[in-house]
Design a protein around this ligand. Structure first.
Ligand code: ABN
Ligand code: CU
Length: 717
């Protein structure tokens, strides 16, 4: 990155400084965003600037724990910002010291383009609609000349196009037509693609395919109640909706079992901080577990640091479709306000998110993060066959879910960070929304690169790959990582070591350096990965205190070596990368594996993961490490995915292994437990053996409640 200007501290605002937050990792408050905007505006007085990003610049790990664990000072409260100055095709970025209301750093770079904001995307549609060359193309495509109000576009960053490189701030407009304002336009894609210069506010080029395709004359397919009524409504059932659906309600008569102090969550022995930013969305930090009075660190920070949705059609200009949604648009910037009883069910605690608008004025996304509990099924159970399973214990669990949903133009990504009472942390992704579509002529086949999901609607093959960034702190700062492979004994059947041929074991291969850490999922060995503290040995197993990453949704990146996709997502070429943690000078050190500024990066040169991997020789054993994990799915569309996709679910988990000395949730009260002696003494009914039975449960075709059911858990058969 070119650094044209580095300026020393300089007080620039006379306004009162906003109060310090309760916790150093708390996102910027509305007052802080306004104060930072004030400092920036006074620096740029007389110039036309557009605010792009104002966010917390998190304290480095050492400063944080010095405050938290060593009674040290509250870390510097800093904001990182990006602005665009009229007439300059690049970014201004810098750092503001909030309590001092002073500018600490400022750099101006003409070879970088900033993340896109909602305002950037919204402007494009009007620019495209009113452009004479676009109108001409719409008419050629068969759209009525007086219907330009029904031209819509999904504005995407251009990704990278060598015709312009990063010299202009560019978007590609994926153009559609709605036959009515309430249609889903994805049934009616148009065949050309305007390129918009955002700084100039105009269309500078239109990519027109050699083969022209007229807009489809088929009626749109859609999903709102009016469309369902049209599709399925009958005289007997006008709405068209299934009428066999009885409500399932969640009751938590005594409220929730978690406690929140600001952004600090306390739940079932876990404690952690819930942060949120424009880019990664939810950030979970300083995750600890109270192990019977011993508060043990597990992870310093976990987040989704990048993702890529590369499309698989080789036909120009579709190769350009490869959205790096987190770095180019932001899982925070695109986050939805969530609604009670719809997105989130039960007893909910919400957190809002605050961002600057283009003038620097704070805007709030209400209910950006949903926090709630759900029943988690059985946590553990055992029954003794000797007395027909009457000696028994059955313990139900709860799970805590911290979630958000963000919309990446056509798709919705629903992210659920799930905590289980056995110490497991899961990430579940539910993918829904609408396929990205392209027109297919009446007599055309999409070939192997896509699927016709509706008449004249081609949905191209694509992948959804994520980079999970894990900064572990398992029982301390020095950690290691390894693959764990299920292997047959190396000794043949009949040998002294494996006489009967049945032996197998878990082979742990510790990464000594970055190069060794570039590994892939292996289904043949049921590969998992261990992140562990080699200095803390479990007294029973003799193995190091670990968290095991269990992740099987591990599609390989299908774009080939030399492709733009592979160059711009160096992290997607392997399923794991372990690099040393480093607080790089003044920057945003090792947070973003496709680089800090992703838009219009050619993929050349040393940025992000490519830079961190370097020559692969950095040591990553028994030190402060970052573990990056690439996971996700390959999506070959099918008609079932249209006009809106039923949620496709994939997940991964981090499980404690050799971390605890026994089952960590033995102290969760069972629903029901009875010893052999109690069975013999014929203890029954709602008494000593019935500890936490759900009294609202009942038989489906009977009116009686659980406590009096003949088949309740206490009764003797
Ligand atoms: N998937 C590309 C994208 C994401 C967010 C907003 C616009 C486009
Ligand atoms: Cu998909």
């Amino acid at each position: 990155m070119e650094r044209l200007q580095q300026i020393a501290a300089q007080a620039t605002s006379s306004a009162a400084a906003p109060p310090l937050p309760a916790h150093p990792l708390d996102p910027l408050s509305v007052q802080e965003i306004a104060a930072v905007a004030g400092v920036i505006k006074s620096k740029y007085k007389g110039k036309n600037i557009v605010f792009n990003t104002v966010t917390l610049k998190e304290p480095v790990k050492k400063a944080y724990y010095n405050w938290k664990e060593q009674n040290g000072p509250f870390p510097a409260r800093l904001a990182y910002f990006v602005i665009i100055e009229e007439g300059f095709n690049g970014v201004h970025e810098g750092v503001v010291d909030i309590p001092a209301l002073s500018l600490l750093e400022l750099r101006k770079s003409d070879s970088l383009q900033p993340i896109l904001t909602a305002a950037d995307l919204q402007n494009t549609e009007e620019i495209v609609r009113t452009d004479p060359a676009v109108i001409e193309q719409c008419i050629l495509s068969g759209v009525p000349a007086d219907d330009m109000k029904n031209i819509y576009c999904d504005a995407w960053t251009i990704g990278y196009d060598e015709r312009w490189g990063a010299s202009k701030r560019l978007q590609q407009a994926l153009v559609y037509w709605r036959s009515d304002e309430d249609d889903s336009h994805y049934s009616h894609p148009l065949d050309f693609c305007p390129i918009v210069d955002m700084n100039e506010g105009k269309v500078i080029f239109i990519d027109i395919p050699n083969r022209r395709r007229k807009v489809s004359k088929h009626k749109h397919s859609s999903f709102h109640p009016i469309h369902i009524k049209e599709k399925f409504g009958t005289k007997e059932n006008p709405s068209g909706y299934r009428n066999d659906s009885k409500p399932i309600n969640v009751t938590q008569p005594e409220g929730v079992s978690f406690d929140m102090d600001g952004h600090i969550m306390k739940w079932s022995n876990f404690q952690f901080h819930i942060g949120f930013n424009y880019r990664e969305g939810i950030v979970l930090s300083d995750i600890t577990y109270n192990d019977h009075g011993n508060v043990r660190p597990m992870f310093h920070r976990i987040s989704l640091s990048e993702m890529i949705v590369p499309y698989g059609s080789p036909e120009f200009p579709h190769q350009r479709k490869h959205a790096l949604d987190i770095g180019e648009y932001g899982a925070g910037n695109c986050t939805n306000p969530l609604s009670l009883g719809c997105d989130c069910k039960g007893v909910i605690h919400y957190m809002d998110a605050h961002f600057p608008d283009k003038t620097g004025t704070p805007v709030t996304v209400k209910n950006a993060v949903c926090i709630h509990e759900e029943d988690d099924g059985l946590l553990f159970k055992h029954s003794d066959f000797r007395d027909d399973f009457q000696t028994t214990v059955a313990t139900r669990g709860k799970k805590l879910i911290v979630s958000q949903i963000f919309t990446a133009a056509n798709y919705e990504y629903c992210l659920y960070w799930i905590f289980r009472q056995d110490g497991t942390i899961k990430l579940e992704v539910r993918l829904t929304g609408i396929l990205n579509t392209y027109i297919c002529a009446e007599d055309e086949s999409p070939g192997p690169w896509g699927t016709q999901v509706y008449p004249q609607v081609n949905a191209h093959n694509h992948q959804h790959l994520f980079s999970l960034r894990i900064h572990p702190r398992i029982d301390g700062d020095n950690n290691s990582a390894a693959t764990s492979d299920a292997k047959s004994s190396p000794f043949p059947t009949g040998s002294a070591e494996n006489m009967y041929g049945n032996a197998f074991y878990a082979e742990r291969t510790t990464f000594k350096n970055v190069k060794e850490s570039l590994t892939n999922f292996e289904s043949a060995t049921a590969r998992t990965w261990d992140i562990f503290n080699p200095n803390k040995i479990n007294k029973y197993s003799g193995k190091p205190s670990s968290y095991k990453l269990v992740s099987t949704f591990c599609s390989p990146l299908l774009a080939q070596e030399g492709s733009l996709v592979r160059k711009r997502a160096p992290w997607a070429a392997s399923h794991t990368q372990v690099v040393p943690y480093q607080d790089e000078n003044g920057g945003y050190g090792r947070l973003y594996p496709s680089g800090d500024h992703v838009c219009q990066w050619s993929g050349d040169g040393l940025r992000g993961m490519r830079k961190w991997i370097g020559d692969g020789k950095d040591a990553v054993e028994n030190t402060d490490i970052l573990f990056f994990h690439t996971f996700g799915i390959t999506h070959f569309p099918a008609p079932e995915d249209f006009p809106v996709m039923p949620t496709e679910i994939f997940d991964l988990m981090l499980r404690p292994r050799h971390f605890f000395e026994e089952n960590p949730c033995l102290d969760v009260k069972p629903s029901f437990a009875r010893t052999t002696k109690e069975v013999k003494a014929n203890v029954k009914g709602v008494d000593s053996c019935t500890l936490e039975v759900d009294k609202t449960s009942r038989l489906a075709f009977s009116k009686t409640s659980a406590a009096t059911e003949s088949s309740s858990c206490c009764s003797k058969k």
